[in-house]
Design a protein around this ligand. Structure first.
Ligand SMILES: O=C(O)CCC(=O)C(=O)O
Length: 264
């Protein structure tokens, strides 16, 4: 991460990286995700008007092979490595949001256990770093994440019933962009357009934290088949308290250089 990125992320609690998925890869992924959207459309059509107009599929890396490699996307590995201690993949999901589809305002910001939330300790540390990839453009009003910048470091809790709409900033994205954000930031979204918002999420936690779904062996199959010494293997290892279950690959300079040479 550059000093500019670090400053912005620390102050705001989020960072948008443009073009994190190469165009040909994006087209390949979207062709696969079209199939999921067809499935989702059936669920959406069965919803009543009062329901949340969102269809979400959890744990997608175990169901959609084309999404596995993105878990260790070389464009974002330096950010994950920098900001999460002994990182692990925690959860993944695809979400389709139609008009009215929303996620209500929430955050993890509960500074009751000091090692368990966003903090700075000579280095940015997260309990939960979220990566939201836009697979289609998300125009203003199209369900882009709305955040309260800086709220990941708030010292006062949000007052009950305060919708903080005066503080919310909506983040539009282009297809292939990735939005990194601390789950301690107050965030929400609502699609108020006729476009279907199509996103895929990957979340990362320190090695000591368990998976959101399934047991410790949730990513066993991916771990077993990932190349020895790879970041994919490391990120999908089992949690085991403070003890590592697989060695962390070397620093990412070589990865970053390779990405630069490839012109990503
Ligand atoms: O899909 C969204 O807009 C919100 C995602 C979210 O709330 C989260 O990652 O915690």
């Amino acid at each position: 991460m550059t000093p500019e990125d670090l400053y912005r992320y620390d102050v705001n609690g989020y960072l948008l990286l443009e073009g994190a998925i190469a165009p040909d890869e994006l087209a390949r992924l979207n062709a696969r995700i079209d199939v999921w959207e067809e499935r989702a459309l059936e669920v959406f059509c069965a919803k009543s008007a009062g329901e949340n107009q969102e269809v979400r599929y959890d744990d997608v890396v175990n169901q959609e092979e084309s999404l596995v490699e993105l878990a260790a996307n070389p464009v974002v590995l330096p950010h994950i490595r920098e900001m999460v201690e002994r990182p692990r993949l925690k959860s993944t999901w695809i979400a389709f949001k139609w008009r009215g589809g929303q996620t209500t305002l929430h955050s993890n910001h509960t500074p009751s256990v000091t090692c368990n939330f966003y903090h700075f300790n000579g280095q940015i540390r997260h309990n939960l770093l979220n990566l939201m990839y836009a697979l289609h453009d998300i125009e203003p009003g199209g369900g882009g994440l709305k955040v309260v910048p800086g709220s990941h470091k708030a010292n006062y809790p949000r007052a009950r019933g305060d919708d903080v709409s005066d503080l919310l900033v909506e983040l539009s994205m282009k297809a292939g962009d990735v939005l990194l954000f601390s789950h301690d930031i107050a965030h929400c979204s609502k699609n108020e357009s006729d476009d279907i918002r199509r996103t895929v999420m990957y979340t990362y936690c320190p090695g000591v934290i368990a998976n959101s779904f399934g047991g410790d062996g949730l990513y066993e199959r991916i771990f077993e088949t990932a190349p020895e010494g790879s970041w994919l293997k490391y990120l999908t290892r089992r949690p085991n308290g403070f003890r590592e279950t697989y060695p962390q690959p070397p620093e990412l300079d070589a990865v970053v250089d390779a990405v630069r040479c490839a012109g990503v």
